[in-house]
Design a binder for this molecule. Structure first.
Ligand SMILES: [Zn+2]
Length: 268
C-alpha cells in the first residue's frame, strides 16, 4: 500500500506538479516563513524585551535601592554609630572586670570535685582535705587499647609526698623546665586488658579539669598547652612559652596549693 501510494503520489506530483508545488510552496510559505519569522520576531522581541526589562530593572532597582539606602542611612547611620560606640564599650566593660581579678569571667565556679575549690584551677590544701576526711583522690581514665573507661584512685598523702620530694631535690636542676617524666608521663596499667602504660586520663573542659588527680598521677603532661596555660592564667602566672616551661609552672603551682608552706616557689 505504501509503495502504491508513493507511486501515485509521484504521478500526482508529475501531473499536479504546479498545483502541488504551489500548495507546497504556499504551505511552506505559510508554515516556514510564518513560524520562523514569527518565532524569530518573538525571540527577538523577547530578547529585546528581556534586555529592556533587565535594563529597566537595573534602572528601576538602582534608584529604588539608592533611594531607600540614601534616605534611611541618614537616619540609620547615626543609630549604627551610636550602637557601634556603645557595643564595644559594653564589651570592654564586660571583659575588663573579668581580666582584672584574674580569675575568669565569674569570681567563683561550682567546685567540680570535692577536693576542688570554687575558684578556677584551685584545689584545696592537703590539711583541709585531711581535716574533711578526704584521703583518696579519684579520676577517670580511658584505656587507649580497649577503650574501657574506669576510675583510678590515688592516696593523697602517699602520692603527694613522692612528688614533693622529687621537686625539693630537683627544682633548681630542672631550670624551670619539666623533666621527661612529666612531659611524657608513664600512664597507668589497664585493669581490663592489662596493657601497661595505656590508660590516659579523661580530661574535661577547662573549668572542670581534675587538677589534683592529674598531679598525683603525674599526668599533667597529658594536658594540652592551652589547658596548662589556663591553669597558669588563673593562678597568677601569666607566662607563655614552651610546654615544658608551662608544665613546670603547673606542677609547682599545684604543689603549692596542696602545701602552701612547701618549697614550691620559683627561684626560692
Ligand atoms: Zn585496656
Amino acid at each position: 500500500m505504501s509503495s502504491r501510494t508513493r507511486k501515485l503520489s509521484v504521478r500526482d506530483d508529475d501531473l499536479l506538479d504546479q498545483s502541488s508545488s504551489e500548495e507546497a510552496r504556499t504551505t511552506q510559505q505559510e508554515q516556514q516563513p510564518q513560524p520562523p519569522p514569527v518565532n524569530n520576531d518573538q525571540d527577538q522581541d523577547e530578547d529585546y524585551l528581556r534586555k529592556t526589562e533587565l535594563t529597566m530593572y537595573f534602572l528601576v532597582q538602582e534608584p529604588t535601592k539608592e533611594n531607600p539606602d540614601q534616605e534611611p542611612p541618614r537616619q540609620e547611620q547615626p543609630q549604627q554609630k551610636a550602637q557601634a560606640v556603645t557595643a564595644p564599650g559594653q564589651r570592654r566593660a564586660r571583659k575588663k572586670p573579668t581580666n582584672l581579678p584574674g580569675h575568669g569571667k565569674s569570681a567563683t565556679v561550682e567546685p567540680p570535685f570535692p577536693w576542688a575549690t570554687d575558684r578556677r584551677a584551685q584545689v584545696h590544701s592537703m590539711k583541709y582535705l585531711l581535716d574533711k576526711g578526704i584521703k583518696t583522690i579519684s579520676g577517670d581514665g580511658e584505656c587507649k587499647r580497649c577503650q574501657k573507661v574506669f576510675q583510678i584512685e590515688y592516696n593523697l598523702e602517699e602520692k603527694f609526698s613522692e612528688i614533693a620530694e622529687y621537686v625539693a631535690k630537683n627544682k633548681f636542676d630542672l631550670c624551670d623546665r619539666a623533666p621527661k617524666v612529666w612531659t611524657n608521663p608513664v600512664l597507668p596499667k589497664c585493669n581490663f586488658c592489662n596493657q601497661d602504660n595505656c590508660v590516659k586520663p579523661v580530661i574535661n573542659k577547662k573549668k572542670s579539669i581534675n587538677w589534683l588527680f592529674l598531679l598525683l598521677g603525674q599526668m599533667l603532661g597529658c594536658c594540652t598547652l592551652g589547658q596548662l596555660k589556663y591553669f597558669c592564667k588563673h593562678t597568677g602566672n601569666h607566662r607563655t612559652g614552651a610546654k615544658d616551661r608551662v608544665l613546670f609552672l603547673t606542677y609547682l603551682g599545684l604543689c603549692k596549693q596542696v602545701n602552701p608552706d612547701g618549697p614550691f616557689d620559683l627561684r626560692e
